[in-house]
Design a protein around this ligand. Sequence first.
Ligand SMILES: [Zn+2]
Length: 219
Amino acid sequence: MNFFENALDFLFPKICIICGKIDKNSICENCKKRIKKYEKFILITKDKENSEIYYDYFLFGYSYKGLMRKILLKYKFQGQAYICNFFAKMLLNCKKTYDFFSFYDIMIPVPMEKQKKLARGYNQAELIVDIIAKNAQISNGKNVICKIKNTKTQSLLNYRERQDNVKNAFFVSQIENVKNKRIILFDDIYTTGATVNEISRILKENGAEKILVLVIAKD
Ligand SMILES: [Zn+2]
């Protein structure tokens, strides 16, 4: 830490985003322990009979409620991009996810439309993948998929409407990074799964061998 950073800390002391206590990290040790209690990391294998689901596995770390919901909302909607470090560390420190990072070839964050990303300043899923790809044995697939269609905000729609809304909204721009690859498709929150399922559909269409959908929290 240099003088400039120290001076900044003095002017703007870093505080825990949950309890507000002054702490050098964005989330203090005490709050980390509180969050840890809700950790699940449950792996669901796709029902082989279900031909409408295109990914093979689904793994989520938390339920989208309580503290985790609070942190994700801050991360996603309140410009607090640095929280990506907290989530990346959480996924790197979890044995279940770390094993997948070793066995899979590439990690693809769910892309955002250009305009939306410009407005928010970042793609929250992409920031986490950037850190994981640097610290685990998996390639960064942030440019593999593009979003081409402007979709309506998913949260206002039911499942069928969501399905129609995302239909043909994405395309694969790097086929060589999809064909015969084991892919982790990553997003922050899973609600109905319509988006990750549509992306999985085009990944399989382009020859993906296996797809694991990984999210931080499931609604
Ligand atoms: Zn705290």
